[in-house]
Write a protein that binds this ligand. Structure first.
Ligand code: NAP
Length: 511
């Protein structure tokens, strides 16, 4: 539990829209931010003070008992419109009782700032994370009558947020209230963990469409998925390490499991470009620069192979597959595992039964295909890999001794196979592949079972082709949940609540 607040930003074009959104936002918010720079020109003519006054007084009649925070941000600080200094001073000098204010340093000193309480003084940088963050903090701190300092900077890599978290430590030591935000996908972790580490407030959006800054999560997600207000400095931290984390449903699954077990733990997306620097400065207990209870992470594209260099131990399954998807931090050691093989085979055995001697065709020769081949051979299945890349196909022949066929040439009907596995991205929602399939209904006639590892969409084109010839199917969600459940077991030693994890993933996929 922490004392931090969730502020929901409301950006509306008209007075009525503003009032409606304030009332919606107040349901999840501790504070509602009114982005007055969003109002359209007709309703908000900054030069006609009387009219402006009227507009604002209507908005402040919105029915809510939550504090309202006024913001009137110029374009260069991330606002919606160009505003002259005079326009901004006119706005702030009107003042509203019991209203919070977020002012930029240049208008702070010249405006009637004392009309507002409390007063946030903020600095935004959308071009990157400046090297002189401490200097910026000192400048804002030196302005008289600033109650809360807000520094929001764009993060290009996960490590950029580290400087902000260090600044937060300093602010705490000096008894200053700070709102540190790293914007963008790489900074999401600072939005989630900030409150637990003593930040005064974190910002969230009303819904997915109305984020007012890059990387902003919805207030609902902050509360229901990440439970940001329940976290503290002792919370166990787990996460997803990948170059792109935006489309993942792993946070939904793992956080559902922690919630089910009532654990003081959270699973956070870490969008990582430079893996070496992330491991050295944020993860490895021997070298990291942040004091936190980091316990483990899932790791995926493109870091599954590189991570092996930084580990103290890699288990046999991961070594044989040649990739790690799970890291556990135990004491000061980093231990690597691969749960894709178990996650893949469990739903298949449940649906098909004994795989001994089964003839299985695997489409694709990437990381997932390697895990499938390893798991199938463990069950004594006969595997043929269909690959378009001859180098990758060769490495599967060398490492696993499988037969391979060229995926690009016209493939024969597949009726001689008991099981077909799609381990390519064909059929995925992302990347315009949704209408693609590695095999048609005609080719699938007589096949015993079709297993598509693609999980988004929930029902793929390949599965529909299989339905039409009455071939049973398994979708990718089953593997996704099973491999995540195996990760939970490695990290916590507990049996994972598979039903809850599956429902959480499905909710996100269907949203
Ligand atoms: P990967 O390492 O990038 O491998 C992808 C494989 O598919 C490569 O062999 C690639 O060939 C081939 N491929 C890519 N585009 C293709 C196309 N248009 N036509 C034919 N082949 C193509 O990816 P991965 O990690 O193995 O993942 C593969 C799929 O499995 C993805 O859809 C992923 O979402 C899914 N998956 C699901 C789960 C789950 O839990 N359900 C887990 C892991 C993966 P090249 O080498 O020639 O590019």
């Amino acid at each position: 539990m922490n004392n931090g607040k969730i502020c929901v930003s409301v950006c509306a074009e008209t007075v009525n829209e503003f009032i409606e959104k304030i009332e919606q936002a107040a349901k999840n918010a501790d504070v509602v931010e009114l982005r007055f720079d969003c109002i359209n020109a007709e309703e908000f003519d900054c030069l006609k003070i009387k009219k402006l006054d009227l507009v604002l007084s209507q908005i402040f009649k919105a029915k809510t008992d939550k504090p309202l925070l006024s913001t009137f941000r110029p374009k260069e600080q991330g606002g919606k419109r160009k505003l002259s200094e005079q326009e901004r001073l006119n706005f702030w000098n009107m003042g509203y009782d019991s209203c919070w204010a977020d002012l930029e340093p240049d208008v702070f000193e010249n405006s009637l700032y004392w009309l507002y309480q409390p007063r946030i003084c903020s600095h935004h940088d959308f071009s990157g994370t400046p090297k002189n963050l401490t200097q910026i903090y000192n400048q804002l701190k030196s302005i008289d009558c600033v109650d809360i300092i807000k520094i929001a900077v764009q993060a290009d890599d996960v490590i950029d947020g580290l400087a902000l978290m260090k600044l937060l430590e300093r602010a705490k030591a000096e008894n200053r209230e700070l709102i540190p935000i790293a914007m963008g996908e790489s900074g999401v972790w600072t939005r989630i963990l900030g409150l637990a580490r003593g930040a005064f407030m974190t910002f969230a959006s009303l819904d997915e469409e109305s984020a007012t800054a890059p990387g902003q999560l919805t207030a609902q997600e902050m509360i229901d998925v990440y439970r940001v207000k329940e976290l503290d400095e002792t919370s166990e931290i787990y996460g997803l390490v990948a170059e792109s984390v935006a489309y993942s449903v792993s946070p939904q699954m793992h956080n559902a499991a922690f919630k089910f077990h009532k654990m003081n733990a959270v699973y956070v997306p870490f969008a990582v470009k430079n893996l070496e620097e992330f491991i050295r400065r944020m993860v490895n207990p021997k070298t990291r620069e942040i004091d936190w209870n980091f316990r483990g992470f899932s790791i995926t594209i493109p870091h599954k192979i590189e991570i092996m260099k930084y580990l103290d131990f890699v288990d046999e399954t991961a070594r044989k597959i040649g990739a790690v998807n799970t890291v556990k931090i135990e004491g000061d050691k980093l231990l690597g595992f691969n749960t894709d093989a178990d996650g893949f085979i469990e739903p298949l055995k449940n649906a098909y039964g004994d795989l001994n001697g089964a003839r299985v065709a695997v489409f694709g020769a990437g990381g997932a295909a390697r895990a499938c081949v390893y798991a199938l051979q463990r069950e004594n299945a006969n595997v043929t890999v269909f690959a378009r890349n001859s180098e990758k196909a060769k490495s599967l022949v060398v490492d696993f001794g499988v037969e391979t066929q060229d995926l690009q040439s016209q493939i024969e009907p597949l009726k001689n196979f008991d099981v077909i596995v799609n381990a390519t991205p064909l059929g995925m929602k992302k990347g315009g592949l949704e209408n693609e399939t590695p095999a048609t209904a005609e080719q699938l006639k007589g096949v015993g079972l079709v297993y598509d590892l693609v999980y988004n969409p929930f029902e793929t084109r390949l599965m529909r082709e299989a339905f039409s010839v009455f071939a049973p199917t398994i979708g990718g969600l089953a593997m996704l949940v099973a491999q995540a459940a195996a990760q939970q077991k490695i990290w916590t030693g507990k049996d994972a609540p598979v039903k809850e994890m599956s429902a959480a993933a499905l909710r996100k996929l269907q949203s």
